[in-house]
Design a protein around this ligand. Structure first.
Ligand code: FES
Length: 84
């Protein structure tokens, strides 16, 4: 059975059209601006994953927080039967 790496947020990716820029993908699950960091990780000891996008692109940001290729969805979420 696959183990979750970070606190669970949702069982599918956040698929978003992105502009070029620097993005901080939330790993602690506490952000209210999922899938991105809003600074709420301060008391968790966890830190966001920084991703720089060089050009406009559609991104599937991992929502289950257990991808093997953070911050992107790699399909790992499909292994969770009861993701609570
Ligand atoms: Fe996490 Fe797809 S949402 S691997």
């Amino acid at each position: 059975m696959t183990q979750k790496k970070f606190p669970y947020v949702q069982n599918n990716p956040f698929v978003l059209d992105m502009k070029p820029g620097r993005y901080a993908w939330c790993t602690c699950g506490q952000s209210r601006k999922q899938p991105f960091c809003d600074g709420n990780h301060e008391s968790t000891g966890m830190y966001p994953v920084i991703q720089i996008l060089e050009q406009p692109t559609k991104v599937a940001w991992c929502g289950c927080k257990s991808t093997e290729n953070p911050p992107f969805c790699d399909g790992t979420h499909k292994k969770f039967v009861n993701p609570s």
